[in-house]
Design a protein around this ligand. Structure first.
Ligand SMILES: C[S@@+](CC[C@H](N)C(=O)[O-])C[C@H]1O[C@@H](n2cnc3c(N)ncnc32)[C@H](O)[C@@H]1O
Length: 289
């Protein structure tokens, strides 16, 4: 069983000292499970030197954009998201031009939401995702069982066209390989000794009714957490520096009981209103010493 020996308890208030050590930028998407609050702690656990950076559950990419690694590989199972990263990397001006034709009205939002992304050109798919992400309620990406985006319109003033941020992201992505893949394939095919690997999987739900978010059509089950744990150990034995985040839950603590674990208190938005509640995240540090 995992035992809290010398727990490192850190309380984190939003927005905290963002991007303190690195010349990074903010993510251009707001993603469920975004890591912005944990950046200060993640930075403290980041190795000074490493070969390439791999992030196979990229989501909004808060850590990637903060770090700005010189050689990197990012990946996710969410196809819309990966198309969007590719378009920002290769066609940012076209995405911006398209977004300039969009409107922040309820009627326009539901027309864009109703479009079937697989029938659209990739540049339109990217503009659609950015627009929906910025103008929907609470700015989160969530899909139904058919994989269709189902968040309602958010009446706030979300600015969906952040031109300079998109151009900065375009610059940051130039030395990055972007893949649409399951995380395990990415790690098995690309990880090498001295790589720095950041794993931010879908969190283990803290209770059966917890506000567990759906990111793709598929869920991440207990068996997936165990497989990820096996892969974490393989990577450490291979000689990689690995950081993993997850929820503070006995099941997860037990899986990683042989590694250094930092416990971080964070504030979370409750999706049905704009209040916050406290939660605990963990950072697991895997080093082959
Ligand atoms: C917690 S989010 C990542 C948050 C992100 N790091 C950030 O800062 O915003 C988890 C991500 O894992 C992706 N995902 C879920 N299952 C996956 C799998 N089997 N392989 C690869 N990506 C997966 C989801 O699409 C989602 O984007």
């Amino acid at each position: 069983m995992y035992q809290e020996k010398d727990p490192i308890n850190i309380t984190v208030e939003e927005p905290l000292g963002l991007f303190p050590n690195y010349v990074g930028i903010k993510p251009f998407l707001k993603w469920a499970g975004g890591k912005t609050q944990l950046l200060t702690e993640l930075n403290k656990c980041t190795p000074l030197y490493y070969n390439k950076y791999i992030e196979p559950f990229i989501g909004g990419g808060a850590m990637f954009f903060n770090l700005n690694p010189s050689i990197s590989l990012i990946s996710d199972a969410n196809e819309e998201l990966i198309i969007t990263y590719n378009e920002i990397k290769n066609n940012v001006e076209e995405v911006i031009s398209l977004l300039k034709t969009f409107e922040h009205t309820e009627d326009f939002f539901y027309r864009i939401r109703a479009l079937n992304p697989i029938e659209l050109e990739n540049v339109y798919r990217a503009a659609r995702l950015i627009y929906l992400n910025k103008t929907c309620f609470n700015g989160l990406y969530r899909v139904n069982k058919k994989g269709l985006f189902n968040v309602p319109y958010g009446k706030g003033s979300g600015n969906f066209l952040q031109e300079s941020l998109l151009r900065d992201a375009n610059e940051f992505l130039q030395n990055t390989t972007i893949l649409h893949s399951d995380y395990l394939k990415v790690l098995q095919n690309y990880s090498e000794p001295n790589d720095f690997i950041f794993l931010d999987p879908p969190y283990h739900p803290i209770s059966p009714n917890s506000d567990f978010k759906r990111y793709t059509k598929e869920f991440f089950y207990d068996e997936d957490q165990k497989k990820l744990n096996d892969e974490f150990k393989r990577l450490v034995n291979l000689g990689c520096n690995v950081l993993l985040t997850n929820s503070y839950h006995p099941f997860i603590l037990d899986l990683y009981k042989d590694f250094e674990i930092r416990i971080i208190e964070t504030k979370r938005m409750i999706s049905s209103n704009s209040n916050t509640r406290n939660g605990k995240d963990i950072i697991v540090i895997g080093k082959n010493e």
